[in-house]
Design a protein around this ligand. Sequence first.
Ligand code: GCB
Length: 569
Amino acid sequence: MRSFYRPKIDLQGFWKFKIDSENVGEKNEWGKGLESEDIIYVPASWNEQNPQWDQFSSIAWYQKDLFVSSYESKKAWIVFEGAGYITKLWINGEYVGTHEGSFTQFKFPIKLNTNEFNKIVVKIDNTPSPYNLPPAKDLNIAAFDFFNYGGIQRPVYIEFVDECHVEDITVYTKSNGHLKVEILPECNQKYSLRFKLVDKEGKVLLDEESSNEIYEKDVGNVTPWSPDNPYLYTLIVEIYVDENLKDSIYERIGFRDVEVKNGRIYLNGKPIFLKGFGRHEDFPILGKFMYGAVLVRDFYLMRKIGANSFRTSHYPYSNEHLDLADEMGFLVILEPPLCYSNISRVMSQEEIAKMFSDIKYFEKVKHTIKEMIRQHKNRPSVIMYSVMNEPPSDMYEVAEFIKKEVKFLKTLDSSRPVTFASHRSVRDLALEYVDIISLNYYHGWYTEWGDIDSGVRTVAMELEEIHKKFPEKPIIITEFGADAIYGLHSDPPQMWSEEYQSEMIRKYIEALRKNNYIVGFHIWNFADFRTPQNPGRTILNRKGIFTRDRQPKSAAKVVEELFKNKLSS
Ligand code: GCB
């Protein structure tokens, strides 16, 4: 939900910064103001802004002094589009609130003094922990294979609203032009609502008043949203008291439907094939902040090589990231920050079973999923949810957890199919609980290394077995790939060379595309990204077909040829 109407103060810029390795800040009342000469830039992770902070993953404080002249609106809140892992806020020395989780948007109502400086102080605790989402023991021993960046990593701003405002909207569309909007107004007075729908050319298609919180309409002849023509409309919702405008918000919406039937995924009644990547939000110096220009380059690169899809591996991406997916027509699998690939490095089997049976843990997961859906539910690009990545779902407790999680998610949004990315293949106990089966495979890399053909044969066999068990379910290969160090060449193709990576991707796709139950290939990964330090990584995970600074490896050409000429669209 966005607004052109609400006054806003962007807090992007330099902030005061102070490391608190001993966790003494609260005791010493740093919430009232920091004594420090250190400077940091927001938004961006703290790690790469100063080599001394690179490997620091515990507590740090931020402060911004903000002069506010006056504001007419009655309410103010501060919106963090993403910060963490745990964020605590003080305004003018008063404690305001706490939020857990780095990848979802949250806000706190605040009170500001006018015609004077206000002190905004933020404490960020990015200490790894097994019960964090996702879990880790320390910076280098984590269940996930991406660097545990910390800080205020996404935009933060103050927004002013009237007491009477639109708190949230939920939009449902169909490709036949059906529109349903549920509005959550917050207003103590008698109000009326107004709905406007504007097309790309600026033509107003609807302009209607209603006092109803559910608005339903057959708009008629619309241009449906699809990767070929990502046509977006602007939906504006206004709230009035006595004919006076109190709030105006808008959403970029697309008319489209998603359906799973007969072993395929349908978009607007036509079968679709997903071609794309697992991605990451990761860029030199910025860490987990993706600058808009980087995103634009990424999306043009993806488009150039014929991709139409990606998964938000392994956490919900930023608003701008997914805005671009809506605008440029990418089919997104949205994933919460639940990634368990290397969970056995972090905890024992018994501890895993305990965590997945723990009601409090489930509550925390539910809360994060709620935040994720609330933030991204109106996006046409989001066609499916992946409820987690690589859980140890050959364990009964974990499979039960997935079953509960899928059920819960469907109570929040039943309009999209649900999957999870499995690496347990034929041993997985949770495949029956999802609409679409997603599988990650690295035979030819982590097993059968050096022998791609043997790896591909294993995958083909396991896929057949899974398909026989679930003949009605479409299958996406959500990860496969090989590390390649840019500029390292080898004839014959050997591991870590650009040739090996190209061969592995080519052989997987050529061998598996014949199975018509496969409805998508996502290569791991779009670009190289930073990881924890360990003997299997050279600072970066090198499975990108682009380097970290977005230059192509040999595989980029191979993928372009495969995506454009060997796979249906
Ligand atoms: C996986 C994980 C992904 C890793 C990748 C790898 O299975 O899902 O997060 O980065 O393998 O390269 O090991």
